[in-house]
Design a protein around this ligand. Sequence first.
Ligand code: MG
Length: 313
Amino acid sequence: MNPDTGYITLIINPRAGARCEKQLACRFIEYLEKKNFNLQIHYTQHQNHAKEIAADAAVKYDCQLVVVAGGDGTIRETVSGLEGSDKPLMLLPCGTENLLANELGYKFNFKTAVKVFEAWILHPLDLCKANDRFFTSVGGIGFDGDVVKLVDARRKGNITHLHYFMPIFQSFMKYDFPKFTVEADDEVIFDDRGLAIFGSISRYAVGLPILQKADYGDGLLDICIYKCHNRPALLYHSLMTVFKRHRKSKNVIYRQCKKIKIYSDVKMETELDGDPGPAMPLEISIMPQAVKVLIPPGSKPIGMKRRIFRIFE
Ligand SMILES: [Mg+2]
């Protein structure tokens, strides 16, 4: 990229995450300035601000790149603002979970940021939508919807992985495995008790390989439905997932499709990219290759061991 042919837009969420990766944004800005790039730096001030800034950058002919420093929420807003434009997007992951950045194989350090920028490898990224809400990575109904709702209700500012511990335990103890129905491409594929995870990246929180076959740029949604009626069954499914054996189980349905409908007679919580999702019923669709994102050379998803280790760093 040539500093004379335009400028770089930086979108920074000053409230993202709880870790020191914010320094990453500062160091990267210094690096770009030393290389004589013109920068337009924006700090997000409210919800949807990142989307507004990105949508503005998307129509500016001399904006050459959009860099977003934030967590999954800020990245999601930026992607939805850039949707359909040809502006390259680069991530500086600064959140708690960083689902998308982990999937793309980003390591959260300055060296990787420079490598990603200099290598300039662009990859298409799909954008998913559930009812009227966008998401880039994964969503779920049932158990993980309950967990996210509890975490969000207690949230005061930045969160760490430890904030999930009690909500997971509480949700596990009171989850009653409601019945729901799933349609994939207009065909009913499930009508029973359990829980479902859907989206376009292969790794869930802490790197759990739930949507094992998912590809974030293939234009397809993946859905994994765990049929289970009780807590031991849920524990069994979790263990099988850790060891990547879950898709072999007769009580797991795994599909790739273009649209999904999920409905239930009872109230069930939903989540999208780790934030509370819209009320059921859900209609989920995908916008293939909505944006182009810079990926590290040799990009592959960061695995469970590395991500769990990182929690305690
Ligand atoms: Mg896909």
